[in-house]
Write a protein that binds this ligand. Structure first.
Ligand code: GMZ
Ligand code: MG
Ligand code: ZN
Length: 176
């Protein structure tokens, strides 16, 4: 199974230090929707693992989050593709959950959903926590320079991290 796991904010859509709190603030990064659709049409299963502590912080509710994910699914479907499982961590940083990145609970959830091993599966993120979560479960850590990627690049990266300009470049590499 060709499985690709994506972080959301800063990879699929623009991120904000003020969080993405409304559907109007959820704006796809140029090329990201097309990249997901191209990969999907080529037989890749695209899953998403996203921290959403804004829920615990009360910045937005689950219904609003779901409208963003419905929009993502709609935009990809309009290009003949499909988005697979989207997993989010609703907890705050102090709740000690097992799903918040840099922990790997969401990646494990995705693996069990599809009954696949995670070793070598590319996990594409923009933050250090994404890369750390990948390493914990032997995924291939992949950093994009969008979102917080440039800040992340300024710090030491986990060994073997692959770096791309954006999700479109990741897709181009995988579809070579
Ligand atoms: O990149 P993903 O995982 O899809 O989502 C990140 C968001 O949940 C938010 O995560 C927050 O981190 P804290 O949760 O406050 O540490 C901040 O980095 C926000 O800027 C960001 O929008
Ligand atoms: Mg992110
Ligand atoms: Zn959690």
């Amino acid at each position: 199974m060709k499985l690709l796991i994506l972080d959301r904010d800063g990879v699929i859509n623009y991120d904000s230090d003020a969080y993405i709190k409304t559907l109007e603030e959820w704006i796809p990064i140029p090329g990201a929707i097309e990249a997901i659709a191209r990969l999907s049409r080529a037989g890749w299963t695209i899953a998403v693992a996203t921290n959403q502590s804004g829920l615990a912080r009360g910045y937005y509710d689950l219904a609003t989050l779901e409208t963003m994910h419905a929009r993502l699914r709609q935009l990809v479907a309009e290009q003949g593709g499909e988005v697979g499982l989207i997993v989010h961590c609703p907890h705050g940083p102090d709740e000690g959950c097992d799903c918040r990145k840099p922990k790997a609970g969401m990646l494990k959830h995705i693996a069990s959903h599809y009954a696949v091993e995670l070793a070598g599966v590319w996990f594409v993120g923009d933050s250090s926590g994404d890369l750390e979560a990948a390493r914990l479960v032997d995924c291939q850590p992949v950093l994009v320079k969008t979102g917080k990627g440039q800040r992340t690049l300024a710090k030491p990266l986990p060994a073997g991290t692959l770096v791309f300009d954006d999700l479109a470049a990741v897709a181009a590499q995988l579809l070579q």
